[in-house]
Write a new protein. Sequence first.
Length: 192
Amino acid sequence: MSEIGKLFVIVGPSGVGKGTLVKHLMNRVPYLFLSISATTRSPRKDEKDGINYYFLKTNEFEELIKAGDFIEWATIYGNYYGTLREKVEQKLSLPTDVILEIDVQGARQIKENADKAVFIFIKPPSEEELKERLRERGTETADEIEKRLSIAIEELKSESEFDHVIINDNLNEAIDRLVDIIIKYRESNTIN
Ligand code: ADP
Ligand code: 5GP
């Protein structure tokens, strides 16, 4: 398949603000397609199937793995998460850039398999602040937050594997940096 669009992979620990940054990015930059992942975790209050995620049963997800329908997938906090191949490849064959918002395990798989992708690692100003954001978001129990934090500490060691690092401290500055990176790639039309 010939790819015209570029693949931008936004990666970083849970609670760092990836979703928030991407939401602003989508409002600021045209011709971007945000891939909707599939997951077996339960929807949070206000999350909708087909909008936030495709919420699947475990056996449905495993069927898709077997069929080779994921570009990448990972088990995260005891649930499956994965990027569906069809939509992403279809969009990349058009002049549309694609955004993936995924974890470190998934980003590593994309790195191995996709020859052209740009990886942007989002990190928190501190572990304390990350914990605070997870607490304030209020979507996980205290136990789940602890689990996410211990995985986050491991994930934060991987930043040097990625092309760009953004510290999401001041939200507006972080949004500007993200927009800037994407616009610069578009202008230069080169990857790496
Ligand atoms: P992720 O998608 O990485 O799991 P979210 O986008 O859900 O993270 O953000 C986690 C929480 O942190 C949310 O409550 C969000 O409003 C908040 N948040 C995001 N960015 C910032 C920031 N720069 N400063 C303070 N709070 C932030
Ligand atoms: P959450 O449960 O908070 O929505 O997401 C948990 C973690 O899963 C986050 O780090 C998020 O980036 C990651 N994630 C979401 N979708 C995917 C995906 O399709 N693949 C991978 N590998 N990770 C994903």
